[in-house]
Design a protein around this ligand. Sequence first.
Ligand SMILES: Cc1cc2nc3c(=O)[nH]c(=O)nc-3n(C[C@H](O)[C@H](O)[C@H](O)COP(=O)(O)OP(=O)(O)OC[C@H]3O[C@@H](n4cnc5c(N)ncnc54)[C@H](O)[C@@H]3O)c2cc1C
Length: 254
Amino acid sequence: MVRLGVSFARIVQDEDGVDVTFTDGRQGRYDLVIGADGVNSALRKQVMPEFPGPKFTGQGSWRAVVPRLRENSTICMGRTTKAGLNPISDSQCYLFVLDKREGMDFIDPVLWPEKLAELLEEFGGQVGEIRDGLRAGTLHEARLLYRPLAGHMIAGPWHRGRIVLLGDTVHATTPHLASGAGIAIEGAIVLAEELGRRHCLEGALLAYAGRHYDRARLVVSASGRMGRIECEGGSVEEHTRVMVHAQQALRAPL
Ligand SMILES: Cc1cc2nc3c(=O)[nH]c(=O)nc-3n(C[C@H](O)[C@H](O)[C@H](O)COP(=O)(O)OP(=O)(O)OC[C@H]3O[C@@H](n4cnc5c(N)ncnc54)[C@H](O)[C@@H]3O)c2cc1C
């Protein structure tokens, strides 16, 4: 059963199970609790209090839903800014922009259209047309979003007793390979397989992290390297090499 709009208020485990009190007042006892609550996981803070938290990667991420001007996807590499467009419907496009940033500074959303337009200054074509629309205030429907990028790769094992962590909680990547969600889903499949295969819970949880760690680390480290190359205005050849190598490795069966 899926219950929305509810979290855990208290989790206490012993050798035989985990007692969970939910924020809606319900309680339950479970054999296993899976924490998949994202990059800023509250459950991770409880079971891995020693982990200092995700680290800023040096880039900001801008996203917008904008009118679709042409047929194809496009990607533009600037000096330290990358911009691209992906069609998402007959009439709409998804704009993504990554820029070099000194820190996780807060940018007032009121300023987002102008800041984003400034970042797109060096580009022409469709991206340039989107910039002009942002400046002219004609893209009223554009749903803008800015977030500084942060990530981490936590060494396994990814469980403490009967609580196991999954996805961004333990391996949060930057979006350069567009594979963070894919690798999180893969982790869930590996976890389910190992739980189905073994009678011993501890063995299954160890095997889950053991099988999944290298592939998750590949996504995080290759994406991180691509981001650093973009920040440094580095080698396009290396950028392509890192991406192709990672994509080929990820195509290998688990
Ligand atoms: C800008 C950007 C672009 C990206 N683009 C891509 C892409 O193109 N392709 C791709 O594969 N990946 C992409 N990713 C990565 C992808 O979004 C993540 O890797 C993926 O969403 C991780 O899934 P998750 O389930 O681990 O965490 P999340 O998707 O973050 O899900 C966590 C869930 O837990 C909930 N939650 C949080 N705290 C609590 C709590 N205390 N109690 C209860 N619930 C809670 C949240 O509401 C959320 O629903 C991108 C990431 C970024 C930042």
